[in-house]
Design a protein around this ligand. Structure first.
Ligand SMILES: [Zn+2]
Ligand SMILES: [Zn+2]
Ligand SMILES: [Zn+2]
Length: 455
């Protein structure tokens, strides 16, 4: 069926409004999951039916639910929701005063850290070095061009023959382990900078962090992290560290740990050396300082908002933007080549799964256990909110406690995506319109991206 006809058919259908309402309820997900089934919400103790739902009463007899994909290239809507959750998770741990995290966390010693990968060869960049000589391939050893920020060539190898693609892939593959070793080292160095044993330090201070990975133009990740020091308390979830422990101790410990952290990794095919991996020499550790004055300086909240926004921006860049770049294609080819000859029982056995991520197998965002709320808790809160609004719609149930509610359902998977191309086009158009509307309403710069749409 031609697209226009498919669109027209939905527009003319008597249940168009209900269909559009259901599409809106998925957040105009681009590829929702189709389900058939029913569920009944009961008041457990009495067995009274509070709400009753069946997909057979919906348009086309189907229930649609979000795909939940966090990649913007797969689903703009779901990645947007994920981004909002990440924003809240990071923001709550840095500024407090939200999501059950007390405002006082903002007064704890706190640092914003950026860790980079080492160099794997000269790349085109905004910085130029005209004094550098030439390599054996007759190419300059550093970029001499003078690129602008938006230049498409930025991040590409100056000489693809000299560039250490294998070295970059190996580093990227082990980057999560490098981070893990860094956090272990940080605890040790913190004790050292406090002048106490590690055991003694563990009774008074805990290191909490949230970190996000972001792809740089050269196709390698770097990490942004908020690192916070808490005290130790058997009851309080976010106790302050003893007052003699300062941001200065944390900055010192970070500096030493960044330089000391090493991971020695097994050789790859065609190479019998054990590589020693470390962080790049460029790293940045900035104190996040609470300022209450009206002297025009940034408040801790604004700083945290900036960081959280900056950090969640990374979700856009999680998938390396190749844009047909030869440099990115070469990295992918290197991953595939190394994976093809990898020992199936060896450390690179899983490498083949990660060519799209240029060898990076880590999570986009990770946090220590007590940094803040979890993404799971945020999703749970949203589910509870949806359940409550459902109950509000059906009945006056002021006396019903949440733990007395029972949902009995039976569901079957009926496919992925909108039913027709016409439906997909309508959902996409509505999503675009909703985004425009949100942009116009985004008056408060401190609002998380996914909350700008709330009325
Ligand atoms: Zn989706
Ligand atoms: Zn250049
Ligand atoms: Zn060369």
């Amino acid at each position: 069926m031609p697209l226009a006809e498919s669109v027209a058919r939905r527009l003319r259908s008597p249940d168009y409004d209900r269909w559009m309402g259901n599409a809106a309820a998925t957040g105009y997900c681009s590829r929702p999951v189709r389900l058939v089934g029913s569920s009944t919400t009961l008041h457990g103790p009495t067995g009274e039916v509070l709400a009753d739902y069946a997909s057979s009463r919906e348009p086309d007899g189907l229930t649609f639910t979000r795909c939940g994909n966090r990649r913007a290239t797969r689903c703009a809507s779901c990645s947007h929701e994920y981004k909002g959750d990440t924003w809240h998770m990071i923001m709550a741990g840095a500024a407090g005063g939200m999501k059950n995290v007390p405002e006082a966390v903002a007064t704890h010693p706190m640092v914003f850290l950026t860790l980079t990968a080492p160099s794997f060869g000269a790349v085109h960049s905004t910085a130029t070095d005209r004094r550098a000589g030439e390599c054996e391939h007759g190419m300059p050893r550093a970029c001499r061009c003078g690129h602008g920020d938006a230049d498409a060539q930025r991040g590409d190898a100056v000489c693809a023959d000299c560039y250490d693609y294998a070295g970059q892939v190996v580093w990227q593959y082990h980057a999560p382990e490098l981070w893990r070793r860094f956090t272990i080292s940080l605890r040790r160095e913190l004790a050292h900078s406090l002048g106490v044993s590690q055991r003694e330090a563990s009774t008074m201070v805990r290191v909490q962090f949230a970190k996000v990975a972001e792809f740089q133009r050269r196709g390698v990740v770097h990490f942004h992290a908020i690192i916070r020091l808490d005290g130790v308390d058997p009851v309080e979830p976010f106790p302050p560290a003893p007052s003699f422990i300062t941001t200065g101790h944390l900055v010192e410990a970070i500096g030493v740990s960044v330089k000391k952290t090493r991971v020695v990794v097994a050789p790859i095919q065609g190479d019998d050396t054990y590589r020693e991996l470390r962080w790049g020499s460029q790293f940045d550790a900035r104190a996040i300082v609470r300022r209450d004055g009206l002297d025009g300086s940034l408040s801790d909240r604004a700083v945290a908002a900036y960081i959280a926004k900056y950090a969640t921006k990374a979700t856009d860049d999680l998938e390396p933007a190749s844009g047909g770049r030869d440099h990115i294609q070469r990295i992918k080819n290197t991953v595939r080549h190394l994976a093809r000859f990898a020992d199936p029982k060896g450390p690179y056995a899983q490498l083949h799964k990660w060519d799209g991520m240029l060898g990076f197998r880590g999570h986009f965002s990770t946090k220590s256990r007590r940094y803040s709320v979890t993404l799971g808790a945020l999703r749970g809160a949203r589910r509870a909110w949806r359940l409550n609004s459902l109950l509000d719609k059906t009945k006056q149930t002021d006396a019903v406690a949440a733990d007395e509610i029972l949902v009995v359902g039976s569901w079957a998977y009926a496919g992925m995506g909108w039913l027709t191309d016409g439906d997909k086009a309508l959902a996409t158009e509505a999503a675009n319109a909703a985004r425009e509307w949100r942009k116009q309403r985004a008056h408060d710069r401190n609002m998380p991206p996914n909350e700008r749409s709330t009325t």
